[in-house]
Design a protein around this ligand. Sequence first.
Ligand SMILES: Cc1cc2nc3c(=O)[nH]c(=O)nc-3n(C[C@H](O)[C@H](O)[C@H](O)COP(=O)(O)OP(=O)(O)OC[C@H]3O[C@@H](n4cnc5c(N)ncnc54)[C@H](O)[C@@H]3O)c2cc1C
Length: 388
Amino acid sequence: MKRCDVAIVGGALMGSSVASFLGELDPSVSVCVIEPDPTYEWCSSLRASGGVRVLFSCPENIEMSKFGRDFIRGFPQRMAVGGREAPVDWVQGGYLFIVPPRAMRLLEANYERQRAHGCDVEMLDPRQLKERFPSMFVDDLGGGVHSPGDGWCDPNGLLQGFRRRAIALGAEYVQDRVAGLTRSGKRVVEAQLASGDTVRADVFVNATGAWAGEVCAMAGMPLPIVPLRRFEHYFTAGSPIERLPYVKDVDRLAFRSEGVGFSGGLVDSDEPRGFNFEVDHGYFERVVWPAVAHRFPAFEAARCHRTWSGLYEQCELDGNPIIGNWPGELENFYVVSGFSGHGMMHAPAAGRAIAELIARGSFQTLDLSRLGYERIIRGEPYAEVGIL
Ligand SMILES: Cc1cc2nc3c(=O)[nH]c(=O)nc-3n(C[C@H](O)[C@H](O)[C@H](O)COP(=O)(O)OP(=O)(O)OC[C@H]3O[C@@H](n4cnc5c(N)ncnc54)[C@H](O)[C@@H]3O)c2cc1C
């Protein structure tokens, strides 16, 4: 049997971020991270496309992005261990949200909100869009918002950097899978592992992404977070095209440049929920190519070189994460999941938030209480209405 102060279930980006921030905030706390797969083969963190943007509608998401973006920019030096930097290949390529006329009011409202939060964003009408990005077809667009300070990074670098830092600060990674949780009244007291071992702790954190619903069920906590398969493709344009930011539209087409080509996809919100990693090799041709070639005719001759699948940890209530415990019912069991496609960029802020709840008893820097579990109990969505 192992004994520690805090046991973190799931050791990919979210779990490693919590472990790292906790180690900084209170070095006296012993932290154990239970993660079955050190290669992280199926975890969402290594399947992310790396985008970091402030273009959200909820103040919490905007602020988590602002913190995450600054943190990621300074990541190599800040997270250096033993003089060795933690590279994340940050590219400040900017983000561009484009919408048809029917969505302009939403885009404008979000733009005002982002400006009120001090974001560097510019509203562009179709003529300005055409001037800036000559290869874009703009005739059916109402406008767009460009955020030049945004960009993308390497999710693997981010995960490995957090993990190395957490270990340097004293966290112990246990290669095992949590198979059961034991409660004593309103507390989780023990985790049973697949190997037959057990871990006892004062506090537990559920950072298992798309698996979070399964792990919460072990403690009798209902969670509306489900796996949603999503394809990512690597493709080349076929014809020369100017340098583009991370482009995203209301139909959930999203792509960015990567090397000589592009990485991106188009989320199918109607995709059946569940653990499914099968790759549909016709999806690019059928769904993505028509959308991308319509917007940028230079992609008429686009060629898809690789398609992979990953899971969004989708919060079915409102597309926002659940960050916190179940007050009055399960005080020492914290959930940090449900980011619905935004968890890489929000991992620094969410990890810090959970570390604050554990070490200080309340949010210290960003008040994320509206993203807590109470809204799930009340059945009251707090929806993100930025373009998802
Ligand atoms: C295709 C794709 C593109 C994306 N693009 C972006 C993007 O551009 N920007 C962005 O911010 N986000 C993006 N995301 C979302 C982002 O990847 C996730 O929100 C984030 O990685 C979630 O991290 P996590 O650590 O919570 O989950 P995961 O990375 O899935 O890790 C969960 C971990 O829990 C472990 N685990 C599971 N069950 C157990 C158990 N019983 N016991 C112990 N451990 C367990 C797993 O082994 C896994 O390592 C994308 C996601 C996908 C799929």
